[in-house]
Each structure stands twice: as C-alpha cells, then as structure tokens.
Design a protein around this ligand. Sequence first.
Ligand code: SIN
Ligand code: FE
Length: 300
Amino acid sequence: MQIVKIDPNALSEEYGEKMCESLEQGNILVLSAGIFNPTDQDCALLRSSKQSASSAFKNIAYKPHINRTTGVSADAGVDATEVHRILAAYSTGAIDFLSRLLPQYAKSWKVDYATFRPLEEQGRDLPLNRRNDLMHVDAFPTRPTHGGRILRLFTNIHPEKDRVWVTSYPFEELVKRYAKEAGLDEVTTAPAALKRSVGRIVRMVSRKDSDRTAYDEFMIRFHTFLKSNEEFQKKGQVDLSHFKPGETWISFTDAIAHAVKAGQYAVEQTCIVPREAMLHPDLAPLAVLERAAGKPLATR
Ligand code: SIN
Ligand code: FE
C-alpha cells in the first residue's frame, strides 16, 4: 500500500485516470487540506455535539437520499439542525471535489451516507463485529453492493491529534490466505442460495431484509472473520499511517484491510462505484473472489 499525495491544482480527465489507477491498485490518496472542510467554527460545533447512547447508532449519519441526520443525542446541548447543516454541506463539498478528482467514477456512482465519528476510537467499547480498531474490509449488512466498490473519503477534524490507521496485505493476498477458511465455498451452496431467496421475498413483503448476493454474504463473513482472527490481527499489520488534523484521505475500503488505532473526530463520505466503472474490473474484490471460488458470485 502506498500513500499518494493529491495535487488539487492538477485535476483533469488524465490526472483522474492516474488517481483511479492508484485507488484500484489498493493505495490511499491524501489531500493536505480540503476546500470542502467544515470551517473552524463548524468543526468546533461538531466536536461539541454528542452521539446518541443507543447502540442502534455507531456514528452520526447524514443520509442524503432522505435529507436526514440520525444519531445526534437529544441531550447534546447542540442544535441537531446545525449538525445536519454542517454534514450536508460537507457531503456536497466532498462529492463535488470527488467528481472533479475522479470524473470516470462520478458518471455512475451512487452517493451513500456521510458520517461524523465523535468518539475516541482507541479502547472504544463495542461488540467485536462493530469495532473499528480491528483490521477488516468494509461490507454493509443493510446496504449490499452486489459487487459495487466502497469508495470512502475521510477528513480528520481533530484540532491536534492524528487519526492513525493500520493496514494489511493486498486483497488478493488476503483471499489467498483466508477466503476458504472464512467460508467462500459455503456461500455458493444450494441451502445458502435458498436462504437468500427467502430473504428477498421477506424484503418484498416487509421491506426488512436485504437483497444479498453470494458476494455480499461472503464480504460480511470476511469482515467478521478477519476481525476475530487473532493471528491475522497480530501478524497481518503491514503499514501504519498517520492522517494529520485537516487532512483528507480516500480509498476503496472494501479491498484494503484497515483499522483505526487511535483518533477522534472524523467526518466521512461514502460512494458506491459500480464495478463496470473500474479501469481494472479484474482487480475488484468480486473478480478476485470469483477466480478463487471458480464460480460467479454476483448472480441472484
Ligand atoms: C472504518 O471504516 O473502519 C473506520 C475508519 C475510521 O473511522 O477512521
Ligand atoms: Fe472500515
């Protein structure tokens, strides 16, 4: 994994291609100060807001498709509409910047949530599956991507402290070492397919279940498997990266196994990029896993 500096004055179709290439190779792009960062005053306001104590909320989330922000504690002492305004503005600015940086992806991506992460990540008390301090690849249980890529842009809004990430082997290597053990062969069996079909019917009737493919099911398993594998957590730490206050970093977090070791106060924007928009669709997790399984994984 390499850290690649973004030159904000170089944005063009050709530069975008270079950046897409770098992201698809499993690198992290870094921008020293985003023009879309919230103002100092708005950062201070976000930092004084509190997250709801309910375990239903892992972060404070702005959901652009319904124009709502969830997870702000009612006793925060901060006006929830102010938090909503700041996150909506950050989301618009981040998407505008990403569209100019990566025009190849912007044509077909789906804008997902923006989040604010108010809690110190070091020693945060969460069930294993929700911990951010254990290395994992990202997969969303409630929002399956069917092979689409999870592109995330983070900004550190702590006034002094770095946000520290540890990352692991390239995705291909992770698959070679752990995919079988994590159950790659099981997600393509007839009972597993039947269970997903039932889930699809439940979803049509009650809107409650999610429409997963074998790929989505495996990625959720892989996420949990990696978090609970002690050997991987100990020996798989390859790179340590410090993201400074004000810095923004961008990566495909479905392919880079990552954990946040320390840091407080970050904002983030996610986009789901269809696999067809990749310069190298064969490097996408879906393709790597299909080669390993010897079967298609995104058919329903
Ligand atoms: C994560 O996606 O694991 C969280 C990373 C972060 O909040 O820095
Ligand atoms: Fe993650």
